[in-house]
Design a protein around this ligand. Structure first.
Ligand code: AMP
Length: 634
């Protein structure tokens, strides 16, 4: 472990010297002066005064050496389309997109909201923003109109880029009606909406704000738009994530620190070399998509594979065939996808030639032991679990194989990555825990390059949310429980807050509760996460109905349960839909009126909640038990 220990210690003891070296990995148009500005903790500014550009580093910089290498391989099993773009072709497409955006008035510092399915234009649009110095905010295509409206009002975009439709598992989802509804709900008036017409659904070009992309692209076919050289700490993007309040937080990222951190992670963690091919099966709407479909592989000169479709269509062998066909070297997905694949015919995996594949990376949710064992044996290649968050932008815990191929330990994503000063702390005293003791995972100041710089438009929220929850210490809380062993390996033991993780996607139970409360029949509601064999967790809602509705007959209550689940679809999108809606006449609460969510979750998982000295009325627990039993009988 000496090499890793030495690397890690240097990165913590003298971050300035460590990251000054790492910064050589990217191109600086103007060199930086101070490596790290610590004058306003907990804010950290990296590579102060340096000017650079993410699009230049991801694309232009490679043109001299790899113009004819594929930069992007796009495969959609939904539409049957496969397209390849060399670095030179990618450069052309990004310039066209940037020119179109500029013709619609987009300039440096403006926000562009990207609401797109997994199509190449999503990547072009992100990099076009980077080129222009505009700030992208990608909203996951599965989110519903009210969700989108909330993000429009917070981000105040100058432009929205969308498509006629997305497609999932053979079903076409019209986007334009959703965008229409979101725009009419939002207070902010977005001047233009740029429409990528995939010809999957009738494109509604009648609304006055809609502009079709294709004719404009033709107009700007041979254009070259110069990169805006941004100061390292200007914002590159805002990505919204759920927290404990109903209001999503805009995670703001910088330019230079992000580029440097991603480039370093490609060597130290992912071992990706120029010319390699990386397939990250995620969505550009999530942080894994931002970092490891778009920016990191391109900054490091790889070919990135972008995939629209599910892992089991046309059959459960599709991903393995992609590995064979495109000679994929690195693959990255979430454990939930593997739990789906595990149920498929093993012959499908065996039939593919997987010799190109070096390593499989997994992140986004806990990797359970049976899945870890299954995939390690089935693939016979290293399987690297890695732990991080939207906020950090790149792995906090992993096996840094590019530094030292430390052994993996089942149940642990590994050891702290370079730059992360990670401490498990006692939740009551804030003191560091001994090895083997459970506590809250925290990061000491400063966060390394690449991590969030603030909450978009709300510096106070950055400090009050992330840096104020551990007693007596100004440290960053991950809001995850963990335990570290003698060798430094950390095991994650679940969230400390009311955030749940459904199929690798983070959802705030408060957001789902707010969606349900908007229904006239609902008096009170508690949403909890319950263990699920495939999705890791699912949401379950416990609802107290208003007077008359509460006495309704069972069929009426069943109808209402479905209607309530649909309400969540409409407000947040189907990913947030509760797996079950259970009617109760009261909810377990403390005497001070706080919902006892953990007790409810325990009952829903068939466990006893243990001692609850602060409970107001123990009869409420019995109510929940009975209501759950009713459901089981049905
Ligand atoms: P998100 O910001 O949506 O990526 O969610 C981040 C959260 O997912 C973390 O705070 C953890 O609770 C969980 N998470 C991510 N990766 C892992 C992992 N490898 N093992 C366990 N939990 C994880």
């Amino acid at each position: 472990m000496t090499r890793y220990r030495d690397f890690h210690r240097r990165s913590i003891d003298n971050p300035e010297a460590f990251w000054r070296e790492e910064a050589r990995r990217i191109h600086w148009h103007t060199p930086f002066g101070t490596v790290l500005d610590r004058s306003k903790p907990p804010f950290a500014r990296w590579f102060v005064g340096g000017r650079t550009n993410l699009c230049h580093n991801a694309v232009d910089r490679h043109l001299a050496e790899r113009a004819q290498q594929n930069a992007l391989v796009y495969v959609s099993t939904e539409t049957g389309i496969e397209r390849h773009y060399t670095y030179a072709e990618l450069y052309g497409e990004i310039n066209r997109m940037a020119a179109v955006m500029r013709s619609l008035g987009v300039k440096r510092g403006d926000v562009v909201l990207i609401y797109l399915p997994m199509i190449p234009e999503a990547l072009f649009a992100m990099l076009a923003c980077a080129r222009l110095g505009a700030i992208h905010s990608v909203v996951f295509g599965g989110f519903a109109a009210p969700n989108l409206a909330a993000r429009i009002d917070d981000a105040k975009p100058a432009l929205i880029v969308t498509a006629d439709a997305g497609a999932r598992a053979g079903k076409v989802v019209d986007y334009t009606p959703l965008v229409d509804e979101a725009l009419s709900r939002a207070k902010h008036k977005t001047p233009h909406v740029l429409l990528i017409d995939r010809q999957l659904a009738p494109a509604r070009l009648t609304a006055p704000y809609l502009v079709a992309y294709e004719p404009l692209r033709e107009q700007f076919f041979d254009v070259h738009i110069p990169c805006e050289w941004l100061e390292s700490n200007e914002p590159s993007y805002v990505l919204y994530t759920s927290g404990t309040t109903g209001k999503p937080k805009g995670v703001q990222r910088d330019v230079g620190g992000y580029a440097v951190a991603l480039a370093a992670s490609m060597e130290y963690i992912f071992e990706g070399k120029p010319g390699d091919t990386m397939f990250t099966a995620s969505d550009v709407g999530w942080v894994v998509g931002h970092s490891y479909i778009v920016y990191a592989p391109l900054i490091a000169g790889l070919t990135t594979v972008m995939y629209e479709g599910t892992p089991i269509r046309p059959d459960g062998g599709i991903w393995w065939r992609l590995v064979e066909q495109h000679k994929i070297n690195l693959m990255f997905t979430a454990p939930t996808a593997l739990r789906v694949l595990k149920k498929q015919d093993p012959a499908l995996m065996k039939a593919a030639d997987l010799s190109s594949l070096r390593t499989l990376f997994l992140a986004g949710e806990p990797l359970d032991q049976p899945t870890a064992e299954w995939i390690t044996n089935a693939l016979n290649k290293p399987v690297i679990d890695n732990y991080w968050q939207t906020e950090t932008g790149w792995p906090m815990l992993a096996i840094p194989r590019g530094i030292e191929a430390l052994p993996t330990k089942l149940g642990s994503p590994g050891v702290p990555s370079v730059g992360y000063s990670l401490t498990v702390r006692d939740e009551l005293t804030g003191e560091p825990c001994a090895a083997g003791e459970k506590g809250v995972l925290t990061l000491d100041y400063p966060l390394p390059p690449g991590c969030m710089s603030t909450v978009w438009g709300d510096d106070k929220r950055f400090v009050s949310t992330y840096w104020s929850s551990v007693p007596n210490q100004q440290v960053y809380s991950t809001f995850d429980w963990g335990v570290q062993d003698e060798d430094g390996y950390v095991t994650i033991l679940g969230r400390t807050d009311d955030v749940i993780n459904v199929a690798g996607h983070r959802l705030g139970t408060r957001e789902i509760e707010e969606a349900l409360s908007s229904h006239a029949a609902v008096a009170e509601v508690a949403v909890v996460g319950v263990t699920d064999p495939v999705k890791g967790q699912v949401a379950m809602a416990f609802v107290v109905l208003r007077g008359a509705q509460a006495d309704g007959d069972p069929s009426e209550r069943a109808r209402l349960a479905t209607e309530l689940a649909t309400t969540v679809d409409r407000h947040l999108g189907s990913i947030a839909r509760p797996a079950r809606v259970v009617m109760v006449s009261m909810l377990p609460k403390t005497r001070s009126g706080k919902l006892l969510r953990r007790a409810i979750a325990a009952l829903a998982e068939g466990r006893e909640p243990g001692d609850l000295p602060t409970i107001e009325d123990p009869a409420a627990l019995q109510q929940v038990r009975e209501a759950l039993g009713d459901g089981a009988k049905k």
